[in-house]
Design a protein around this ligand. Structure first.
Ligand SMILES: [Zn+2]
Length: 253
């Protein structure tokens, strides 16, 4: 599947997801005592778009959180000639750091793997080794769904699930791009395994403010077509919901 995202390909409108009422049927995500929460982010923004509410809930419970930044996100605008394009790795790290601070995390702990953006699948051995070295028994690993639809997300999702299994950690998955291509009425998403985490008003407000830190993705890098935002504002609405959805493959209704 080719994932196309631009002003003409805005994917499934949030109003359709809302009207489907799918989220209303989901059981709540159960918190099991976790040693740490390890959030696997293929690109610097996924950790907040997908997991910004759960990170806050973990911090409130005083559970240590660590972000594993798999790539630096340097490949978000491959055709752009805008000056910022050549500095995206450092720009996006700073955006992620600011966004995590906006969630109320004073000193975000981020481990960068520096794998090449858009080529994570070709680096699976390095990814597997890194995740196995980081994860410990009793951790909760939160990674993209292995069928999210972006090759880096899918590779991270599968690697995280298998590494968690090997070390004895629990793993759950978040969705980013599946909200773009999936059909609410269909069976693209494994609804039986989906769980909902409701956000408090405060958590939701903080998450929204936090997502506004990702200016290199939500604003044009320059005046040309190639500089267009990767996350135009209609897409961002998916990440401002009152809840987050997680795929828990070990659970079933
Ligand atoms: Zn991503």
């Amino acid at each position: 599947m080719e994932l196309t995202v631009d002003e003409e390909h805005l994917g499934q409108p949030e109003s359709v997801w809302k009207a489907s009422g799918r989220h209303l049927e989901l059981e709540p995500l159960t918190w099991l005592p976790s040693r740490r929460v390890i959030v696997v982010a293929p690109h610097p923004d996924d950790e907040v778009l997908g997991v910004g509410g759960l990170i806050q809930a973990a911090l409130i419970r005083r559970i240590p959180v660590k972000i594993v930044a798999v790539t630096d996100g340097e490949g978000s605008h491959p055709q752009s000639h805008a000056p910022m394009r050549f500095d995206l790795a450092s720009v996006r790290f700073l955006e992620s750091h600011l966004a995590l601070r906006r969630l109320g995390w004073e000193e975000p702990e981020i481990t960068q793997l520096h794998l090449p953006d858009s080529k994570v699948a070709q680096q699976r051995v390095r990814l597997d080794e890194a995740l196995e070295a980081i994860l410990k028994p009793g951790d909760l690993c939160v990674a993209p769904w292995r069928r999210d639809g972006h090759p880096d997300h899918d590779a991270c999702g599968e690697a995280a699930m298998l590494a968690s299994h090997r070390v004895g950690a629990r793993s759950i998955a978040y969705l980013v791009w599946a909200w773009h291509w999936a059909d609410p009425e269909g069976s693209d998403i494994p609804w039986d395994h989906c769980r909902r985490l409701d956000l408090t008003r405060r958590e939701r407000a903080r998450k929204r403010w936090s997502t506004e830190a990702f200016r290199s993705q939500t604003q044009p890098l320059g005046p040309e077509v190639e500089d267009a935002p990767v996350l135009p504002s209609p897409l961002m609405r998916r990440f401002w919901r009152t809840y987050e959805v997680y795929v828990d493959e070990a659970a079933r209704t």
